[in-house]
Design a protein around this ligand. Sequence first.
Ligand SMILES: Cc1cc2nc3c(=O)[nH]c(=O)nc-3n(C[C@H](O)[C@H](O)[C@H](O)COP(=O)(O)OP(=O)(O)OC[C@H]3O[C@@H](n4cnc5c(N)ncnc54)[C@H](O)[C@@H]3O)c2cc1C
Length: 501
Amino acid sequence: MKIFRTGRRAHKAGPRTRASEAIDLLAPIVGRDAIICDPVELATYECDGLTHFRVRPALAVLAGSSHDVEAVVGTCARLELPFVARGAGTGLSGGAVPDSEGVLLVTSRMRAVLSVQAHNQRAVVEPGVTNLEVSKAALPHGLFYAPDPSSQQVCSIGGNVAENSGGAHCLKYGFTTNHVTELEVVTPDGATVKLGGMVGETPGYDLVGAFVGSEGTLGVATKVTVRLLRLPAAVQTVLAAFSDTDSAGRAVSAIIAAGLVPAAIEMMDALAISAAEKAVQCGYPKGAGAVLIVELDGPLAEVEESLLDVNHHCLEQGAFEMRLAVDDADRARIWRGRKSAFAAMGHLSSSYIVQDGVVPRTALPEVLKDIAKLSEETGIRVANVFHAGDGNLHPLVLFDERVPGEAARAEQLSTQILDLCIAHGGSITGEHGVGLDKLTAMSKMFSEDDLVTMQLLKAAFDPHRICNPGKAVPTPRLCGEPPRPRRGTQPLQEQGLAELF
Ligand SMILES: Cc1cc2nc3c(=O)[nH]c(=O)nc-3n(C[C@H](O)[C@H](O)[C@H](O)COP(=O)(O)OP(=O)(O)OC[C@H]3O[C@@H](n4cnc5c(N)ncnc54)[C@H](O)[C@@H]3O)c2cc1C
């Protein structure tokens, strides 16, 4: 991959003219019915799951094949039009928000599972295939695809790759990055390249690693090869009820410290439990200030032994009830409360912010106490439901926009929670990504040199900044801080190979 000089060149034609030119060039290739430019129809594509960022693109193209993607990106490169890839639009950080002058490249028609190679434990899929469809295709072979975001019924593998998505079972199995071995990518100059390979490790720089989690800013994935795992022989799920989050948090630390690696450890606090009860009557133990859902999987003997250990640690930390799922239906009942928790917030509040931050597991009790304190001080309620094993918090900040000033206070509280995560050595996002939403928070977590290095990587793939511009990594203009003098220059700048932007 070359490092190019960066910065957009001035193009003679205006953006609207270039968009019309793009339609004329693309219609014979992708078909006129695959191009949307009617403003009313384009309204569908204005935002992702984070609905307060809305931008209408100049046009949207529903790509049907890698060849279509290559044509769209190549045309954008030629006309210097910005483009943004979109999978299912369930992202929660504004990553798929279009550029008003550019093309939104939608992959939802690219839904083929191209092959399931049972002997190799691999599947090759198009980017618009939903996460759950991969596991469904693997099931007849006794295999499954491990990363399981809660949105798995609808979110696309292309979106999962871009966001490095996680889920409840990533504690044991790892995130998307641990399960993608090869990518076919259309780079922002319109060329198709292969990154990685069928085998797990390839020599040279880990470009698959760089691409996974790059939030659609380095190119468009058109084929994804994922690792499949053998279905576990046994699964046991236990619900542990505690009087408060403190003791539940200590139980999480004790389980991990004992060397146990459950497939999942999820926590819900009292407010999250009450919302879930209202929504789906999950029947969690009465009086619980917090519950843990601990799932163990693997060979039967190992699962049975680990289950005894989990019971021991939970009881030792004060669990007042341990409920073991007796069959699959019972297991589904336990999970139903957790899986419905976000949507259930509608029973408690007209609006809420889903925050996503990470803290070291051992800091969980302290951080949860600090969040409760902030909630008390501001009068804004916060429900906690999260991947406790990974320390990946999802505080749900509840507010009523009809109450003057409450939305602003909720926003401020949500930012303070991220500040807490950083102060404890954690991260501003665990799985939802930076997108547009957390651009200003990046400069709280990374030094200016870190951010410049990230921009240099972006420039190596996308020298003209047309691929999902202005997302994931702030340009100095977007850091939300007063400009400071730079310390020194980057070696690549000194050699005239790259410029900062
Ligand atoms: C109810 C709910 C629950 C959720 N739970 C989880 C969860 O448990 N874990 C989790 O990690 N996330 C979760 N999410 C967030 C979201 O579902 C994930 O980020 C998901 O990976 C987004 O996929 P998508 O297809 O909707 O992508 P989109 O929202 O369409 O796009 C997301 C990003 O991917 C880029 N992109 C899309 N396709 C491609 C491609 N082919 N090549 C390159 N870039 C591309 C876009 O440009 C954008 O930057 C949840 C969302 C909702 C609404």
